[in-house]
Each structure stands twice: as structure tokens, then as C-alpha cells.
Design a protein around this ligand. Sequence first.
Ligand code: 3PG
Length: 243
Amino acid sequence: MMKIVLIRHGQSVWNLENRFTGWTDVDLSDNGLEEARQAGMILKQNGFSFDAAYTSVLKRAIRTLWIVLHEMDLMWIPVYKSWCLNERHYGALQGLNKDDTAKKYGEDQVHQWRRSADIRPPALEKSDPRYEASHPKYKALKEGQFPLTESLEDTERRVLKYWNEAIAPAIRKDQKLMISAHGNTIRALVQYLDNIPSNGIVNLNIPTGVPLVYELDENLKPVRHYYLGMEGELEPGVIPHHF
Ligand SMILES: O=C(O)[C@H](O)COP(=O)(O)O
């Protein structure tokens, strides 16, 4: 039986301000820094250790990982960063306040943009200053590969491609791994691992900064999963809804 630990980054400054974030590279709030410290401590107290870690190229996930690894005295392990683990790209919604957007377009429309499988929020224009394709951290992306907006299915495709090409092979080599990523990246992995249909994941929210442990069999199928520090185990396939 193999274990892998997923963690959504600690609360970010824009989570605190209730703004659509996506690929905007905002940092952790003070609360988010403390969440990351608590996560590292509880992982260490429960005897976890890692051979390697994976994260996105966004600082809120990277710093969460740094803090967790610091608390566990594991800053020396290999860390692999990929844009494929970035949060879902929110297009022209990035930076907007979620409540103001709901007032302007209606709650249902915002819920569709946030949680439907195949609906893409309004796209960014390439002339928009929020379009960061020229940033050095994205030099690996081919022309046209940098998203102007993403549906959850778009996000899942790139996350699962990375899972199959980079992460699953490492698990099969008995590597103990941690993935520090984002709400929708982890939702994509949870949906895949637990084979949850799209309509079953609509109301699934991943809490910030809480280690989510998956125990996998030899076929990388989940045997059980639980949030470390939350009482008891979760029913298979059920992840508590968190706001
Ligand atoms: O990108 C964001 O705004 C958040 O990290 C995730 O937001 P969501 O829960 O609205 O998808």
C-alpha cells in the first residue's frame, strides 16, 4: 500500500479578499502561512516523510510546500515544479471580487463558471496585462498553449497528463510523495482517483492548508483517504465540503 499527500496551499491574500485568482501569482496571507506551519507540524507528528514533492509555478503553492518541508526538516528532498499543476485559469475573471461578480452576473452564472465541468469563464485578450505568456516561468509553453481561460475539464486534462507522465511513475517506484497545489488541481485529482462523476464533484471544495492523505493499492486505486487532523476517516469517495 502506498501513500501520497495532497495539500491545497494555505489561504492566499486573494482568498482572503474573495477574488478570483487562477494563474495570478499572489502570495499567502498571514493565516495561510500559519496553516502551512500547522500542516508541516501535524505531518511530522504523525510520522510522515517524503522522498520528493511536486508543486505548481505559483508562489502560494511553492511557499506552502517550503514551509511544510521546513517543519518536517525535509527541505533537502527533490522538488519538481510544473505549470501543469497551476490552479485553473479563470480568464477575464482573474482579480474580480466574487461577490461583486455574482451581483453583476447572478449567483447561478458565477456558480456555473466556478463549478461546471465544461464551461469556460470569459477569456482574456492577449493585449490584457493579466496575460503573462511572456513570463520566463512559462517559457516551456508552446505558442498558443498558454490559456486565455479554462474550464475544469481543461484543467483536469493537463493535471492528469502530468499525473500519468511524472507522478504515477514515481509512486510505482515506491516514492513517498507530497503534492502542494490548488483547489481545482486537487479537485481534478480527487475526481480521477475516486472516479467521481462531474455532477458529483460540483459542490466539492478543498480546504486550504489541510493535508489530504490517500492510501493507494498496487494499481494506484484508493484504499482510503482522510484529512490529517480531522476526526476519524471519511467514507470512501466522500470529501467534506468546505467553504
Ligand atoms: O483561483 C481561485 O480563485 C481560487 O483559488 C479557487 O477559486 P474557486 O474555489 O472559486 O474555484
